[in-house]
Design a protein around this ligand. Sequence first.
Ligand code: GMT
Length: 378
Amino acid sequence: MKIGIVCYPTFGGSGVVATELGLELSRKGHEVHFITYRQPVRLELLSPNVHFHEVNVPKYPLFHYQPYELALSSKIVDMVKMHNIDVLHVHYAIPHAYAGYMAKKMLLEEGITLPIVTTLHGTDITLVGSHPFYKTAVTFSINKSDAVTSVSQSLKEDTQRLFNTKKDITVIPNFVDLEKHKPTKKDCRRDVLAKPHERVITHVSNFRAVKRIPDVIKIFDAIQKKIPSKLMMIGEGPEREKAEQLCAALNIEEKVVFLGNTNEVNKILCFSDLFLLPSETESFGLSALEAMASNVPVISSDSGGLKEVNVAGVSGYLSPFGAVDEMAKNAISILKSESTLEQFKIGAKTTAEKFDIHKIVPAYEDVYHMALKNCISN
Ligand code: GMT
């Protein structure tokens, strides 16, 4: 099959899922065309089966807002015609589902049918999409997609509640390539960042308010008072400066390492002992799953889809968001003995195995076939 993928090319979870999915589909013999404004960060290699088409938005002084949807829908039309793309998979509803629908309509004028599969990722529904300024167009785009998937049952329910849509939504959980999380002695350099007796605690996110970055620091502060430890903060975003100030105020700057955005999260996860994700909302929590795949137990909130990923007492613990003391207590209970930590590490890995890329990706192939069938018969 020839599959077009539209996504955000950044470090965010939706772009990561879209890229890893495209790469796996290409390994399975499909021809994959990424259509986006920059080469996706996890897309390192182009090959005969993996193509990247850049969307350019020419700047013009009249425009206060650059018309990205217009440029994107034009590019989709051109690429579908040039490469005979069979199906278009858009990740993150805004504005991708909308641009996909416009492209579909333009192609129809020329007698070409293009099924649109929309995957909802979270903030496109919970934080941004349901804002009154966007809601009408997002509802329209969801209802007009030939197939809609969501990354968790919780997000499916949020979508039905917030958008009052009767659209059939298929839940396809996010996945992880377990091969990429096999530790290699060469790349796993714990000694560079922590002393042998210290526990390593990690957080990965885009440092937005919803991630509750101050809670991450406060949980760590409580842990380090009982157990010698270091905190690895991976990512960039608006809350970073505040986080550094909080570390200074708590006098723990020397124990917290801010590593910025990196494509090599695995090289930190491989020597981490615990992962913190106390988010206010989280449709799935891909970063937690990637940690678990690296044998790292997770202390998380119980928001949204996290309950479908992190299993209490097996891969970690969950608490209501904001319950910093409870999260710290649970973290200490995991970290304080070698045998308990080992048991949770095994539990984390076993839980992650349920989300093996090879088990999940066929569900997307089924959705593509279904969308093709529906689109042609409509
Ligand atoms: O977490 C973010 O803010 C980034 C965002 C995105 O769209 O890139 O992540 C969302 O999609 C991820 C992949 O499906 C999910 O794992 C995240 O839980 C979800 N984020 C939120 O719901 C806040």
